[in-house]
Design a protein around this ligand. Structure first.
Ligand SMILES: Cc1ncc(COP(=O)(O)O)c(C=O)c1O
Length: 230
């Protein structure tokens, strides 16, 4: 612990909080939230449709530069939908990283697929392109319909890298490797709205990416998620 005390001290200094717990994410309501909530209740559109839902989707697409954004009940749900959309089937394998929130692996399991863990880079805390390439070179073979794990005989259909705590991983390199091995890229940008990699918003490097608007996220809708497509 003492080894990392200087990091804790710096965080305390930034947050002007010399003692007590510093929360990972603490929602801050400093705008028109109450006004809009009242408008929402008055309109009776308090669920999955209504002008605020349409506006939110438009704004998300505009802000991230995605072709289209579709919101849903949670980030986990968005991941599940995204994996289904790229064609993940029962007994497929899906590569992801071990350093992530459990939802990433859960969504893979919801498809009846199997998560395969490839290590992260120390500096980005996201999936390592070197480890990914090494794994695919050594452990897989290409067949007519895609990439197969030689030891399990299962198809590797997709890869879900994650941008840990908003720090982008080397997503361009990961996208190139996925293309080379005919593996679908599903970018888990649940924690990274507002994060760009080489000028491009996270979640928009593959065909499909996902966002979360849970209470612990950068923008919250109480709960919620979104799929962004290119
Ligand atoms: C990396 C990651 N993926 C997926 C999720 C799932 O999002 P949700 O909590 O909205 O289901 C989260 C956060 O909770 C997350 O941190």
């Amino acid at each position: 612990m003492a080894k990392y005390q200087f990091i804790i001290d710096k965080i305390r200094e930034i947050f002007h909080q010399p003692e007590g717990q510093i929360y990972l994410h603490k929602p801050l309501f400093i705008g028109n939230e109450k006004k809009y909530l009242e408008e929402c209740i008055d309109s009776t559109f308090v669920s999955s449709v209504g002008k605020f839902v349409d506006l939110f989707e438009e704004k998300i697409a505009e802000y991230t530069g995605a072709r289209k954004a579709v919101v849903c009940v949670s980030g986990t749900n968005a991941l599940h939908i995204a994996l289904k959309l790229v064609g993940v089937e029962q007994q497929d394998e899906v590569i992801t990283q071990p350093l992530t929130f459990i939802a990433t692996a859960n969504a893979i399991s919801y498809c009846g697929a199997i998560p395969v863990f490839v290590d992260v880079d120390k500096d980005t805390m996201g999936l390592s392109p070197q480890s990914l390439e090494a794994f695919l070179t050594k452990e897989t073979e290409m067949k007519a319909d895609g990439c197969y794990n030689k030891s399990t005989g299962k198809r590797i259909k997709a890869c879900v890298p994650m941008h840990t705590f908003g720090h982008p991983c080397r997503i361009d390199e990961i996208a190139d490797i996925c293309n080379k091995y005919k593996i679908e890229l599903v970018e888990d940008a649940a924690e990274s709205i507002g994060s760009y990699y080489k000028g491009q918003h996270t979640g928009t490097f593959g065909k499909i990416g996902i966002l979360s608007f849970n209470g612990n996220k950068i923008i919250t809708a109480g709960g919620g998620g979104g799929v962004v497509v290119q």
